[in-house]
Structures are given as structure tokens and as C-alpha cells.
Design a protein around this ligand. Structure first.
Ligand SMILES: NC(=O)c1ccc[n+]([C@@H]2O[C@H](COP(=O)([O-])OP(=O)(O)OC[C@H]3O[C@@H](n4cnc5c(N)ncnc54)[C@H](O)[C@@H]3O)[C@@H](O)[C@H]2O)c1
Length: 262
């Protein structure tokens, strides 16, 4: 997908969750714009492989540093690494997806302990990163933060799509994704006076080798009649990161094929 946001050239972009389905596409998208990209995730092997791959692209300026978004020590280490080399962080994108064991139970059986763990690592991690990155950007008097929410931050699950499949929507997921939207708005209004913009993206279901029954169930309920392709999230993320969206903050961009429109 060819899009051009020329102001992203040489911008220092830190991406948490860079080795994931969406993160890989986003990382490549920023590299194509000529940004300096610091990939980070919990999977160092995949992170280094992605770094090597993206550095082979034209003008690739790609680095890797591990992060656990729910650990203060780890998030601080990522910021320190970036500042040591590049002196600033222009853009922070959080598209990580911490997944706790046992989260895929139905709501009538899930232990509260499991819900708390999920909330702490995922929503807590997004809060921690947004706070630490915004504080760094406050020192710089500029910056952009982009968080990943979901359609389930906006609407409840239609459980019929999980009929005859092995998956479901984890009970904590809507709490987390709704929390990311309201947290983004809170931070956006608080940090606006420091020239920092904070937004989020709500993707619909992105195809990732799901079984045929699920794809059929999901597609039937989507106005555009199909799941998203992972590269369809990129241009929206580049838009919200670039000067093209200079008057957009506290917003939530739906990239969902119309899922939430009816
Ligand atoms: N894939 C979808 O259909 C979909 C739909 C709506 C919203 N989303 C959201 O988009 C984001 C990206 O989704 P995805 O499908 O690319 O996820 P994914 O599972 O493919 O990748 C997740 C990434 O997060 C990293 N990660 C996991 N735990 C971490 C932690 N504690 N600290 C740092 N990194 C960690 C992984 O290493 C990986 O790089 C998530 O927030 C997800 O909730 C995804």
C-alpha cells in the first residue's frame, strides 16, 4: 500500500508489540516513510529477525530493544535506550497484546484472579507506557502517542460468531479495550498543552488463519463482508502519527469494515 506522509522521515518511532500481526505491518510502514524505528516486544528472537529484514529495505534505520509493557523497569529501559542514541522520542505506538493464561474462559466460569491479571498486564501496561512516554514528550514539548483498542472497546461481542469455533472473546478484553479508549482521552486532554497528541485505533477482526466457520460468521456481520487484512491498519496509523492529523487528539479511529456502524 503506497501512502506518503513525508514529515515522518527521520522521526524517532518506538513501537511496542512490533513483532505481532499488526506490529510487523506498522513497522514496515514507518520504515517505508523513512522513520527511525525502534522495534520492541517480548519476543527478542522475532524482533531481531524483523530488524534484519526491515534494515534491508531502502534507507532502513531499524533497531530492536525488548520490552515488557507491564514492567516499569522494562519500559524505563526502553526509553533510556532510545534517548541514549536518538535524544528524543517523536512517536510511540503501542500495538502489543499481552495474553494471560486462562483468559479464554466464558464469563460464567472465569476466576476473578485471571481477570485481574489480564487487566494489570494489558490495560495496566498500556497505562504505564502512555504515562512514561507522555512524561518524556512533555520534556520535549512535542510528541505523538498511538494506542491500540478494538471494536470491543466500543460494542459488546456478538457471541454468535464464536458458534462452532474454539475461540471466544475473553471477558476482560472489553474492559481493557474500553479502558484504553477512555484512558487515551484522559491523557490527550491532560497533555495537550505540551503539544502532545494521543489517539487510538480500533481495528475490527484481522484475518490470521482463522478457521473457515469463524471467518464466515464474522464476515456475515460486517458491512464490507470480510475480515481486515493486517496491512489495512497501516495508513490510519501513519495518518494519526503524522502532521496530517495535527488537529486530531483524544480520537478513536475505527478501522473495522463498518462493524460498529449498524
Ligand atoms: N488482530 C486482531 O484481529 C485485532 C483486532 C482488534 C484489535 N486488536 C489489537 O491490536 C493490537 C495488536 O494485535 P495483533 O493481532 O498484532 O497482536 P499479536 O498477538 O499478533 O502481537 C502482539 C505483540 O505484542 C507483544 N507482547 C505481548 N505481550 C507483551 C508485553 N507484556 N510487553 C510487550 N510486548 C508484548 C508480542 O510479543 C507481539 O509482538 C492488540 O492491542 C490487539 O488487542 C487486534
Amino acid at each position: 500500500m503506497k501512502v506518503n506522509f513525508s514529515d515522518l522521515k527521520n522521526k524517532v518511532v518506538v513501537i511496542a508489540g512490533a513483532t505481532g500481526l499488526i506490529g510487523k505491518e506498522l513497522s514496515e510502514g514507518f520504515v517505508e516513510q523513512g522513520s527511525i524505528v525502534i522495534l520492541s516486544s517480548r519476543n527478542t528472537k522475532k524482533g531481531k529477525q524483523l530488524k534484519n529484514k526491515l534494515n534491508k529495505l531502502k534507507d532502513g534505520k531499524v533497531f530492536y530493544h525488548p520490552v515488557d509493557i507491564s514492567s516499569e523497569v522494562s519500559v524505563k529501559a526502553l526509553i533510556k535506550f532510545t534517548l541514549k542514541t536518538f535524544k528524543k522520542i517523536d512517536i510511540f505506538v503501542n500495538c502489543s497484546w499481552p495474553k494471560t493464561k486462562g483468559r479464554l474462559k466464558n464469563v460464567d466460569e472465569i476466576p476473578f484472579k485471571s481477570v485481574k491479571e489480564d487487566l494489570l498486564s494489558h490495560l495496566g501496561g498500556y497505562f504505564l507506557c502512555t504515562q512514561k512516554m507522555a512524561l518524556q514528550m512533555k520534556k520535549q514539548r512535542s510528541g505523538v502517542i498511538l494506542n491500540f483498542s478494538s471494536i470491543y472497546g466500543i460494542v459488546g461481542p456478538n457471541f454468535s460468531i464464536y458458534n462452532s469455533t474454539k475461540i471466544t472473546c475473553p471477558p476482560a478484553y472489553p474492559l481493557i479495550k474500553g479502558g484504553i479508549i477512555s484512558m487515551t482521552k484522559y491523557f490527550a486532554t491532560y497533555f495537550a498543552k505540551y503539544n502532545i497528541r494521543i489517539n487510538c485505533i480500533c481495528p475490527g477482526g484481522v484475518f490470521n488463519k482463522h478457521d473457515k466457520v469463524f471467518v464466515k460468521n464474522y464476515s456475515k456481520l460486517t458491512p464490507l463482508g470480510r475480515m481486515a487484512r493486517s496491512n489495512e491498519i497501516v495508513s490510519g496509523a501513519l495518518f494519526l502519527s503524522s502532521e496530517a492529523s495535527s488537529y486530531v487528539t483524544g480520537d478513536c479511529l475505527m478501522i473495522d469494515g463498518g462493524w460498529t456502524a449498524w
